[in-house]
Design a binder for this molecule. Sequence first.
Ligand SMILES: Nc1ncnc2c1ncn2[C@@H]1O[C@H](COP(=O)(O)OS(=O)(=O)O)[C@@H](OP(=O)(O)O)[C@H]1O
Ligand SMILES: [Mg+2]
Length: 351
Amino acid sequence: MSYRKELRVAELAVQRAALLTQRVFHEKAKGTLSKDDKSPVTIGDFGAQALIIHAIRRSFPTDEIVGEEEASSLRENKALADQIWRLVNSTKLEDEAAEEQVGGPIKSQREMLQAIDEGQSPGGSRGRIWALDPIDGTMGFLRGGQYAVCLALIVDGHIKVGVLACPNLPVDDSTPLSADVANDSGEGRGVLFSAVLGSGATSRSLSRGALEKSQSIHMKDVPNITHAIFCESVEAGHSSHSDQADIAKKLGITRQSVRMDSQAKYGSIARGAGDLYLRLPVRADYEEKIWDHAAGDLIVREAGGHVTDVEGRRLDFSLGRTLKENKGVIAAPKAVHEHVLDAVRSVLDSK
Ligand SMILES: Nc1ncnc2c1ncn2[C@@H]1O[C@H](COP(=O)(O)OS(=O)(=O)O)[C@@H](OP(=O)(O)O)[C@H]1O
Ligand SMILES: [Mg+2]
């Protein structure tokens, strides 16, 4: 299957949702709530989820969706629901045909809340399931850093399509990786990464999204691992900075890591702006959600990389809403992945 329609709808839906998040990004008050697990959620998360689910429902009504958010807190908070509705209701793609392909506008606030709640699939190894993280790296989003709007189609447990919008990454694939978003107007920023299984990975400017021609992206060769640029999470609670530093040292890497939030890390290494992404668990009992990795996993693999856990196994997206166990993520170009994994094993064995 070519998954052409799925790719088109996913790209346009993610592009429209990213427009909404960009508006919230520039506002001081982001309508932030705290979820049961204490992680933050903003009006941007809810609005982006509504728009993307609306688009998927229109084109693929029988598909399931595993989404990060649900609307119960909004049903109890009319002011917040109104605020999200104003945003959702006024975010459109400029191109009319494109807007039509993502289902046109949502008709009412009620329909919006319903759409948000349609991301409750339990996931699993059968059927067509979309994994949606409307804002990955919400902490980065709040801090003024990197974040990503992420969508992937998983069919019978295998990722077929992955799309990532990274509104704060430079458009130019060759810009050296850096953590800062600079205090600029956002000009020259905003990338849309996409991949279809077996067809390679691409990038293009987010501002015109799927209406613009894309270019192929590839991971960089790493002739000398000691010069590799590795990226990791900003939050020390999300991955172990100390284990990652030990692994880098073991590999002879002297350069400081680049810390950035969200799946922007996967996109960045896929286009060769960085080389490695290390995500060593801090707590083994924290369950990593599939939506935090699905699109990035495919984009890196299609760009010539391997993505595994610390035991060298591919991430397993077939089990439900979470990955099998939290065994971390090691993403690297194929040619050096085994070498990196040896360093990971040696560091972890010594603990
Ligand atoms: N304890 C713990 N361990 C591992 N991962 C966790 C943990 N807590 C949260 N999360 C998830 O991390 C997602 C953001 O990951 P990042 O790599 O972007 O981290 S960070 O934002 O740089 O800190 C973040 O995604 P969003 O919730 O979509 O923002 C969380 O799903
Ligand atoms: Mg999120």
